[in-house]
Design a binder for this molecule. Structure first.
Ligand SMILES: [Zn+2]
Length: 71
């Protein structure tokens, strides 16, 4: 699932708007070609959204790797 560039992603678990994160000091290891990174506004939620080459929803592991999909 991908979104239009103007659309803000919302977390599929919480149906909450996601917040944009800086890519200069990313909180997680982002996939190659990432242009924009979002995370759930609920900070205990591991769901991220990547905009770019590997666009889509990801779940962060405790080590900071993003796994494709929402689990
Ligand atoms: Zn969430």
């Amino acid at each position: 699932m991908t979104l239009a560039d103007t659309e803000y992603p919302s977390c599929p678990k919480h149906e909450a708007c996601m917040i944009s994160l800086s890519l200069e000091v990313p909180a997680v290891i982002v996939p190659y070609g990432t242009v924009e990174l979002f995370r759930c506004a609920n900070l205990s939620c591991p769901v991220f959204y990547v905009r770019g080459v590997s666009e889509g929803f990801y779940t962060a592991t405790p080590s900071g790797t993003l796994m494709n999909g929402v689990r």
